[in-house]
Ligand binder design. Sequence first.
Ligand SMILES: [Zn+2]
Length: 410
Amino acid sequence: MKRVICMSVMMVVMMMTGGLFAQNEEDLNHLLPQINADSVLRTVNDLENFGSRFALRAGGNLEVAEYIVQRLENYGITAVVDSFYNESNNWLVGDYAQWFYNVRGILASESPKDDSIVIVGAHLDAISYDSNYVLLEQAPGADDNASGVAVMMELARICHENGLRFKRDIHFMAYDGEELGLLGSYNDAWKRVESGDKIAVMLNNDMVSYQPDDDWKLTLHWYDNALDIVSRAAEICSQYSNIEPVVPTEEENGNSHYSDSYAYYQFGFRAVFAIEYTFSTSYHTYHDVSDSNNYDFLADVARYNMAMLAAYGELDNTVGVTEHTLTAMAHVYPNPVIDKACLLYQLQENSPVEITIVDLLGRTMIQQTLSIQTAGTHLMELDLSQLPAGVYLCRISTDKGSETLKIARK
Ligand SMILES: [Zn+2]
């Protein structure tokens, strides 16, 4: 084992509870109670009443997309149907050639802080089959995924009724053809690569309403380019809803591939994917109707999303997150860490520095506040011997921004 030599630094170590980031609590305290079960149920019912939202039925999902456009426009969001043609095949449906209909709604910022955007998205299509995988005519898809579209719509309603403006453009997306292989989200993500869009975060909700009343948990699937986002999402979920967030281990995170956020991740964009912790028993059957689901839970999922939108979209007059604006180039070595490691960071200007180690649920494990550090390179020892093995995030914050590193503790 290599010996780790570090300059000794006086550290103030304190355990902290609660939020790491400043946020305008007042705004959210006013907005979140307006989100309600009746309102999300209305969207679920409307979508269920199409009878089927199977993308390959005659005429496809054009009427569904037009309904979503209409609803968004009623909320003052500029929305269009964005169609595309796809000819392919898969094991379940065989060969197909069809038009597909995404919806893109935009709430433009009046005072953009930068050119990155926040996407809140969900797939609009549905599928159902019997136990022999024979496709069925009825595909109500209440949980999968009218629930995710209902979250998106509820956020649009809250934005409209409160005249909310953000420092980033907010894109409300509904995707067609998810059930055939993430067709709509691949199509949109590719268009965004071509147009050079920058995405601060893509918030994906897919199956977020089936949850027993006594066990409110939400799984937050993550992507390895956005660990800081899932950590923040878990923190926000705990703080602004009654739902217990569950961040899966790497072994349990395989389902991160099976929804629209994965398409964005494949193109290098950052995302987080929320799904009910207790998986629906009606999945892909004609039993997936609104009666089987829990709308108080769904409303609470919408509250988590609203708080994420406020944080990453930067609700005007709130203080949002700062991403990679630092100052500091930082490295930890060795990594994985046995007990102690060296943290190397560079400051471009004199600044106070705060080092915070959080776990993937956003809980602060160690916090060290250093008084003014001079511009230049600094080396300090991180003592992780008190922490259990696992993955942690190390945030180095200065008065100009922060940098987050992933640390594995062996
Ligand atoms: Zn789905």
